[in-house]
Design a protein around this ligand. Structure first.
Ligand SMILES: Cc1cc2nc3c(=O)[nH]c(=O)nc-3n(C[C@H](O)[C@H](O)[C@H](O)COP(=O)(O)OP(=O)(O)OC[C@H]3O[C@@H](n4cnc5c(N)ncnc54)[C@H](O)[C@@H]3O)c2cc1C
Length: 430
């Protein structure tokens, strides 16, 4: 089957791509291929079932908060579709502890960032571990270690040794401790994206341009057209867009023929796909205080009489060949040029393989917002190429051999000064 554009993946990025191509560029000759029987990708609801009563509870296996930089378009969609949310901030999270750090100790951590960034020009990128050590945060006691875990591992889904201070932590540090919107809608976070897709592909999603249950095996760009080989047959187009996670690309779950060029492989393999794990447990009755809630092990330490759970969901994001992790994170040693290459298309004659998805967003990687935005900007580039002949002339940094000499210890453009807490908000966590 032949079309003008093939969108690979029906997550947030794939849906925003299709929407922008059709609505803003009148590029309607498209196909969207998705391996799962439903749309939404990591906007992924799971159900817990009470077998005794048949009652079903929806939980967010993936994204749950509308948060982070550039979240306004997602808030607009939530408003448009009446998505039910609850306002939360960091201090709303339930904690169980006997003691915590006093304010002075916390200040070493939270204010150290500001001081460090002011006084550290000249450093190249450092791991969060090294940078926080220089700012005199060296956790020794279990409480200090827990506090650090809460601030770093919990948010980035990676330890401080792996995170880039300038590009992961530094970026997040610029975000105020703002109020976020936690999705509590039983239709799921995905609802707003699926509704958008229904405006394109019909209420029953039975438009022939949408192919669910279709797993991509290979992207063959050895000829004039790009051929996408799937378990349901071959599809070809001059523009093919991968919105697969960087984890899927790293695991080579989808083969490229020929192999991708070095500059692209370097970009794919330098970025990190982290795993953020949630656990959901359904009980037949509430036996905890409102102030306290944790997983089974903690519950059993806290309460003598913990009933048997009715249902448990433990997502295995890293093992899932359609995701290979939960969200991307910027590791130490990745230059901005590497990241730019991650989003650049691979050109072959008059055909292009484009790359979108959350990891390709410079300001919003890791977030739903980044996925949505990457879909729009990639669709704009394709629309311009098809309608105006102004086609992407990829700005590629050839395989990078050296680190830049100037410091990368700086705030991201537009990041507010004087952050008091660096957080992505609980993503659960994030
Ligand atoms: C546990 C967890 C918590 C998170 N919390 C938050 C949060 O609170 N707030 C926030 O903003 N973000 C959060 N995120 C991140 C957010 O969910 C993602 O950034 C976003 O959903 C990614 O969208 P995407 O379209 O780029 O990628 P995906 O959603 O991964 O879309 C890619 C699509 O490609 C499909 N696919 C993969 N391989 C193939 C194949 N071979 N053939 C065909 N189709 C294929 C997949 O099924 C998927 O539908 C969280 C993520 C997770 C997992």
């Amino acid at each position: 089957m032949q079309s003008q554009v093939i969108v690979l993946g029906g997550g947030v990025a794939g849906i925003s791509l299709a929407r922008t191509l059709i609505n803003d560029h009148n590029v309607t000759d498209i196909l969207l291929l998705e391996a799962r029987p439903e749309l939404g990708g990591r906007a992924y609801t799971e159900t817990l079932v009470n077998n005794a009563t048949g009652a079903v509870t929806t939980v967010e296996k993936g994204c749950n908060w509308i948060q982070g930089p550039g979240k306004e378009p997602i808030l607009e969609l939530a408003d448009k579709w009446g998505l039910q949310t609850a306002r939360t901030n960091y201090s709303d999270s339930a904690w169980w502890y006997d003691h915590f750090l006093d304010e002075q100790e916390q200040a070493v951590f939270t204010e150290g960032y500001d001081n460090f960034i002011e006084h550290a020009p000249g450093y190249s990128d450092l791991s969060v571990r090294v940078a926080t050590s220089i700012m005199d945060w060296i956790p020794v006691t279990p409480v200090q270690k827990a506090y650090e875990y809460w601030n770093i591992d919990f948010t980035f889904a990676q330890p401080p040794e792996d995170c880039s201070f300038a590009n992961a932590f530094g970026q997040e540090a610029g975000i105020e401790n703002e109020v976020d919107d936690f999705v509590i809608d039983q239709r799921g976070f995905k609802y707003i994206f699926v509704q958008e897709a229904k405006e394109l592909f019909g209420q029953d999603l039975n438009d022939p341009r949408l192919h669910l249950d279709t797993t991509v095996r290979q992207i063959d760009y050895s000829g004039d057209q790009i051929v996408v080989r799937t378990d349901k047959g071959d599809f070809s187009a001059p523009h093919v867009v991968s919105t697969f996670s960087v984890g899927v690309l790293q695991h080579q779950d989808v083969q490229f023929k020929p192999q991708l060029p070095d500059w692209k492989k370097e970009a794919i393999f330098t970025f990190a796909m982290a795993t953020y794990q949630k656990i959901f447990i359904l009980f037949d009755r509430k036996f905890w205080n409102d102030e306290q809630a944790e997983a089974m092990g903690v519950l059993r330490k806290m309460y003598d009489d913990v009933p048997e759970p009715l249902d448990i969901v433990v997502p295995r994001w890293h093992a899932d060949p359609l995701f290979r992790g939960s969200y991307s994170n910027w590791p130490l040693g990745v230059l901005e040029e590497h990241h730019a290459n991650l989003g650049q298309p691979v050109k072959k004659g008059d055909a292009w393989i484009h790359f979108a998805g959350e990891a390709t967003s410079y300001e919003m990687f890791g977030y739903v917002n980044g996925a949505w935005d990457s879909g729009i900007s990639t669709a704009n580039a394709i629309g311009q190429c098809i309608n105006k002949g102004d086609c992407p002339d990829a700005k590629i940094y050839d395989a990078l051999k050296t680190c830049p000499q100037e410091s990368s210890m700086r705030r991201r453009d537009g990041a507010p000064r004087a952050p008091r807490r660096h957080h992505r908000g609980p993503r659960g966590g994030k």
